[in-house]
Design a protein around this ligand. Structure first.
Ligand SMILES: Cc1cc2nc3c(=O)[nH]c(=O)nc-3n(C[C@H](O)[C@H](O)[C@H](O)COP(=O)(O)O)c2cc1C
Length: 211
């Protein structure tokens, strides 16, 4: 293995209830998506560090298809975006410090071309940007939770997203709070979730038929 920087890469096999089959940076197994959030204000420099991490994600021909519309708790735009979430998500997402609508734009003009083409990977790339954002948040002590459970028409109207954007998810960003902030029936879910076994998702040489 190449000489990792120990300050940046601590290889661990355990983070809380989660165990890694192969030691990995705590960044990856230590991140999990909270629902219990304190609602405290998020500083600009923190919020923009998350977007900065997203901005440097890799993408098809460097097309950078990701687009983000954000609103902070207390702003009318936050309430409009929160209202686009399905009721089960609204319960806790209204206590986020910020909500972000993540969208992707497939059309882009490659370097040297004069006409736009459609990226075959705009959602894939935007997923990479969201993951970078989530990991940067975790590094800075903030939690994120993506939500696909939202009404796209309402979110489009709330943010003015043009039809050229595919709406992917709403992200709740906040400081992890005590589980008792949640309705009682949701409190037991407030913990890191398990994962499939490595052998169920990674295959040498090709895929088995039942994967
Ligand atoms: C694209 C996407 C959509 C999701 N939609 C929702 C959602 O609508 N509501 C919700 O509570 N969690 C949602 N989640 C969160 C997942 O349930 C969560 O990431 C998963 O259970 C793994 O848990 P972890 O992120 O804590 O490791 C979503 C996550 C992703 C990536």
């Amino acid at each position: 293995m190449a000489n990792p920087n120990p300050a940046l890469v601590a290889l661990v096999s355990q983070a809380g209830d989660r165990a890694a089959e192969t030691p990995v940076s705590s960044l990856f197994i230590g991140r999990w998506s909270s629902r219990a959030l304190t609602g405290e204000a998020i500083p600009d420099e923190t919020l923009f560090a998350l977007f900065e991490a997203a901005r440097f994600a890799p993408s098809y021909m460097n097309s950078q298809p990701w687009r983000f519309a954000f609103a902070r708790r207390g702003e009318p735009a936050f309430d409009r975006l929160a209202a686009s979430l399905l009721p089960g998500n609204q319960i806790w997402a209204k206590e986020a410090s910020a909500l972000v609508l993540v969208a992707s734009k497939a059309a882009f003009t490659p370097p040297g071309a004069s006409e736009p083409i459609l990226s075959p990977a705009s959602s894939f790339d935007t997923g990479a940007a969201w993951a970078s954002l989530a990991l940067q948040a975790s590094l800075l002590g903030w939690s994120t939770r993506a939500m696909a459970g939202f009404d796209k028409d309402k979110a489009r109207a709330a943010t003015g997203a043009p039809e050229s954007l595919k709406l992917e998810a709403v992200i709740a960003i906040g400081k992890r709070g005590d589980p008792t902030l949640l309705p009682e029936e949701r409190q037991p879910m407030e913990k890191p979730s398990p994962r499939k076994k490595m052998a169920d998702i990674v295959f040498a040489g090709g895929f088995p038929p039942d994967c």
